[in-house]
Design a protein around this ligand. Structure first.
Ligand SMILES: Cc1cc2nc3c(=O)[nH]c(=O)nc-3n(C[C@H](O)[C@H](O)[C@H](O)COP(=O)(O)OP(=O)(O)OC[C@H]3O[C@@H](n4cnc5c(N)ncnc54)[C@H](O)[C@@H]3O)c2cc1C
Length: 484
């Protein structure tokens, strides 16, 4: 086995960012028992080389996991290998503000319902071990004050993702995490003795370094290389497909409404490949008209819940929109009759029931779409007119021709199946000492901070699990020495 202490020094020599340990003590409130045991054996166990954790990926899950592993086991060597710059997605997320988590869910069962992939598996220990409240507490305890907006999204009060990045980087540095940037983990295999043999291609060169690690945390997000590593380590990969995208709709008249927000619609996505009724393929909430088609929370949620089936249909489907979900069909009809009787001398375009809550531009779209002359008077409209307007408002059909990309958030569905890991430790069911966290897993959330929460919770659980194993190994090692 390669001496891990020597290895760490080698790694540091090529680092863009190198953080050297200042030997932090474990917070007493959380890990008092480990801390006490460690301190009694420290003198003896220091004679042996320390163990090494290699973290693949310096994103949210990897850096947070590394910090927690080092928090629990300060003597563990923790090296994060990042092929680009660390925390890149944190930087660009939430339009540069970083939507860290979601503050509207105290009940973990309801919180889990925001994950189209993971909603069943994440109901139990996952958020119990590290919830959005824990995330908010951790950041505020480390100097980043967060605020919750009306829709539940949590941001730093600075409205800058740099606050989150600076906090994580400074804590990683303080804990002694080594960060190596610009290097790619090319391959990994399990060796006998529960170790991992890892090949790392050095930055800007063809030089490949062989490393042997005691623990491996794969937190490589949605990168192909990461999926490759998981397969080399005998895991399967559920085909990755995009989630959180807008719908492309070719409708010139709709395009004229670009920028209009419909505050509350009920939209149902119908896909040829989906025969059974999936409740989540109907969503209620705001919808936005864009030059490309339709967007907004309702559309993004539909894209997430329909991600896999949508991919199978080549992103073709039908969207049925109820623009007045709070008014029943009969009441709507009665409302239109009342309006006709009351406003006989008004032109169709200039007058419509305010109860519909629609902007004039949108009312015009409805009239145009049915081919009605907007200049005729209400007095002259027929029963058929009233019926077809009511029908259109309650069930307006749009042909979805493809997917666009949502600029603020984007995530990949698919990856390592959750059935192949223990959720309460994030350890592989196939290889001991191998852990996964973040987007590499087949977990993705709807928009609103849920995807980062998956990274924080997964990173935390993996980090403390590894830390506990390392601390226990150290105690054992110390005991051996005492006994011999
Ligand atoms: C534009 C955009 C905005 C977003 N906004 C939000 C938001 O506001 N709120 C929210 O909750 N979610 C948001 N998301 C989703 C969120 O960013 C991800 O879910 C989250 O970053 C996943 O964290 P991760 O650590 O698992 O993966 P990542 O953040 O992708 O980190 C993985 C890291 O691993 C590195 N890596 C991969 N393979 C290797 C290898 N072989 N060797 C070395 N390094 C490797 C990558 O370079 C990367 O830095 C957004 C996503 C995008 C694209």
């Amino acid at each position: 086995m390669v001496n891990s202490a020597r290895l760490t020094l080698q790694l540091q020599s090529s680092c863009q960012y190198s953080f050297f340990s200042k030997k932090q003590s474990i917070p007493c409130t959380i890990f008092t028992h480990i801390s006490t045991k460690c301190s009694t054996t420290l003198a003896m166990s220091q004679k042996k080389s320390e163990e090494l954790l290699v973290v693949v990926g310096g994103g949210a899950a990897g850096i947070y996991g590394a910090i927690w592993a080092k928090t629990v086991a300060p003597n563990l060597n923790v090296v994060v290998i990042e092929k680009g710059k660390p925390l890149t997605k944190v930087k660009i997320s939430g339009g540069g503000r970083c939507n860290v988590t979601n503050g509207h869910y105290v009940d973990n069962l309801i919180l889990a319902e925001n994950y189209p992939r993971g909603h069943k598996e994440l109901r139990g220990s996952f958020f119990k071990m590290h919830s959005p409240t824990d995330t908010v507490l951790w950041f505020s305890n480390h100097g980043v004050i967060l605020k919750t907006e009306d829709d539940g999204r949590v941001f730093p009060v600075s409205d800058s993702s740099s606050s989150i990045i600076d906090c994580l980087m400074s804590e990683a540095k303080k804990r002694g995490v080594v960060l190596q940037t610009g290097n790619v983990v090319m391959s990994a295999s399990a060796t006998t003795g529960r170790n991992f043999s890892i090949k790392i291609r050095k930055r800007m060169s063809e030089h490949v370094e062989n490393v042997e690690a005691n623990y491996l945390l794969v937190a490589s997000g949605s990168s192909q290389e990461g999926y490759g590593l998981a397969t080399q380590l005998d895991h399967s990969i559920i085909k990755p497909v995009p989630s959180l995208f807008t719908f492309k709709i070719d409708d010139m008249k709709l395009k004229e409404l670009t920028g209009v927000t419909l505050n509350r619609v009920k939209a149902k996505l119908k896909l040829e490949t989906v025969k059974k009724n999936i409740p989540q393929l109907t969503q209620i909430g705001p919808m936005l008209v864009t030059h490309w088609g339709l967007s907004g929370p309702v559309i993004l949620r539909l894209s997430a819940w329909g991600a896999r089936d949508f991919s199978d249909t080549g992103y073709k489907g039908t969207l049925l929109v109820d623009f007045v979900p709070d008014i029943g069909a009969d009441d709507l009809h009665a409302l239109l009759i009342r309006h006709k009787n009351q406003f006989q001398k008004q032109k169709l375009l200039n007058s419509y029931p305010s109860e519909l809550g629609l902007v004039k531009r949108f009312w015009k779209y409805i009239l145009d779409r049915q081919g009605f002359d907007e200049d005729i008077l209400w007095a002259s409209v027929s029963k058929n007119f009233l019926f077809s307007v009511a029908t259109l408002l309650k069930s307006c059909s749009f042909e979805v021709k493809g997917k666009g990309q949502f600029k603020d958030e984007f995530v990949t569905a698919g990856g390592v199946p959750l059935s192949e890991i223990f959720i309460n430790t994030m350890e592989s069911r196939i290889h001991s000492n191998l852990f996964f966290a973040g987007e590499i897993l087949n977990v993705d959330g709807v928009t609103g901070g849920f995807n980062f929460q998956n990274a924080w919770s997964g990173g935390y659980i993996a980090g403390i699990s590894i830390g506990k194993l390392a601390a226990a190994a150290k105690v054992e090692e110390g005991s051996d020495l005492v006994c011999s």
